[in-house]
Design a protein around this ligand. Structure first.
Ligand code: SF4
Length: 357
């Protein structure tokens, strides 16, 4: 089996190819050329030509195939559908960020799995079920392809596409290392966000390994009974244990814990919900990201402006912690949080958006 470049960090490449005379410096050049140009590096002289032949025989540079791309005329979000070597379409979303006038940057929202086993009630990916884990190179190449297709730099990555990243832990962490290596995509680990629905062993491992990426945990309800209905993960990963794991994470990393809250009209946006959250997280420094639900089935609706304002005021009064409302873009192209559904969602979306292959 050839060694897949973009699937190993430069340190791993050096170890895998040490028998061919690959030095740490050459391993970094190999990774840089594979990631940035999709080719082997130029190596001069007879020795270089022989080494290049050997590397050609030992390695392979895999590429994703772009299946479809749709750009929102409303907010510039772009949804990409990719295929790797194994079956299944998976999606990435390019999010435009305007820091200063004329200073456009992008964040890549990437998938870690095809489908998802977590079955969150309001998520189109969850309704697909789990199909397979993505390889590290398939994660890295989503960012590479988005960057190659973009006139401005990709400066951040969020694991908020299809799948639960902490259930594909090794591939996700390898991909993060490659994306953050200076010879990889040189995206700071602090600008990479891993968003989990609350996989406790994964959070503990993330803590023990001292990972520098940002961690976001979808809580969505502080009431375990209600949370189990919305996020079935609650059954095996109960809220009290989750909060305990987050206290350990905070103690070890010194980081404020970011909790995400998907707001659903009439369900989890009342004063009592704010109070339960305040009780649950007492003594734990948190930041709360509020996001409107995007349920393509229409079963769950986003809160009205009045509900949203009332909830935010209650949270500010009871929590005394930062509360931020996140804009969930790309809704018109089914590229918003909770709307990615690969092959299953494609036909319906293409009817809605007028997009085609
Ligand atoms: S919200 Fe995330 S964890 Fe939940 S089903 Fe969707 S992709 Fe999976």
């Amino acid at each position: 089996m050839p060694i897949l470049l973009k699937n190993q960090t430069s340190t791993e490449l050096r170890a895998s190819l040490a028998h061919a005379g690959v030095t740490p410096q050459l391993a970094r050049r190999l990774l840089a050329a594979a990631v940035k140009r999709g080719e082997l590096p130029a190596l001069g002289g007879d020795l270089g030509a022989r080494l290049r032949d050997e590397l050609r025989a030992l390695t392979e540079i895999p590429h994703l195939t772009l299946d479809r791309k749709v750009v929102s005329p409303r907010d510039g979000f772009a949804r990409y559908g990719f295929r790797g070597r194994e079956p299944g379409l998976f999606e990435a979303v390019r999010i435009p960020l305007l820091h200063r006038p004329g200073d456009l940057k992008y964040v890549a929202c990437v998938s870690s799995q095809v489908g998802c086993a977590m079955g969150c009630a309001f998520c189109a990916t969850g309704r697909m079920g789990f199909h397979r884990n993505l390889a590290a190179w398939e994660i890295v190449d989503q960012v590479v392809k988005l960057q190659a297709d973009s006139p401005h730099p990709v400066r951040g990555v969020v694991f908020m596409g299809m799948g639960e990243p902490l259930l594909n832990y090794d591939a996700v962490m390898t991909a993060i290392q490659i994306l953050s290596e200076p010879c990889g995509m040189a995206i700071s680990a602090k600008a990479i966000t891993v968003s989990t629905v609350g996989i406790i062993p994964g959070i503990r491992r993330f803590t023990a390994e001292g990972r520098r990426a940002r961690l976001v945990v979808s809580l969505t309800s502080a009431d375990p009974v209600q949370r189990r209905e919305l996020l079935p993960v609650e059954q095996g990963h109960p809220t009290p244990d989750l909060i305990e794991a987050l206290r350990e994470y905070h103690a070890a990393s010194g980081q404020r814990v970011t909790l995400a809250w998907t707001m659903i009209s009439g369900v989890n946006v009342g004063e009592a919900d704010a109070q339960k959250l305040a009780d649950l997280t007492r003594g734990l420094p948190i930041k709360l990201d509020l996001i409107d639900v995007n349920d393509p089935s229409g079963q769950f609706r986003p809160p009205s402006a009045a509900e949203r304002d009332h909830f935010r005021d209650a949270l500010r009064a009871k929590l005394g912690m930062p509360v931020v409302r996140r804009y969930s873009g790309g809704q018109d192209i089914a590229g918003a949080c909770g709307m990615l559904a690969g092959d299953r969602g494609a036909c319906q979306r293409e009817q809605n958006t007028g997009a085609g292959r």
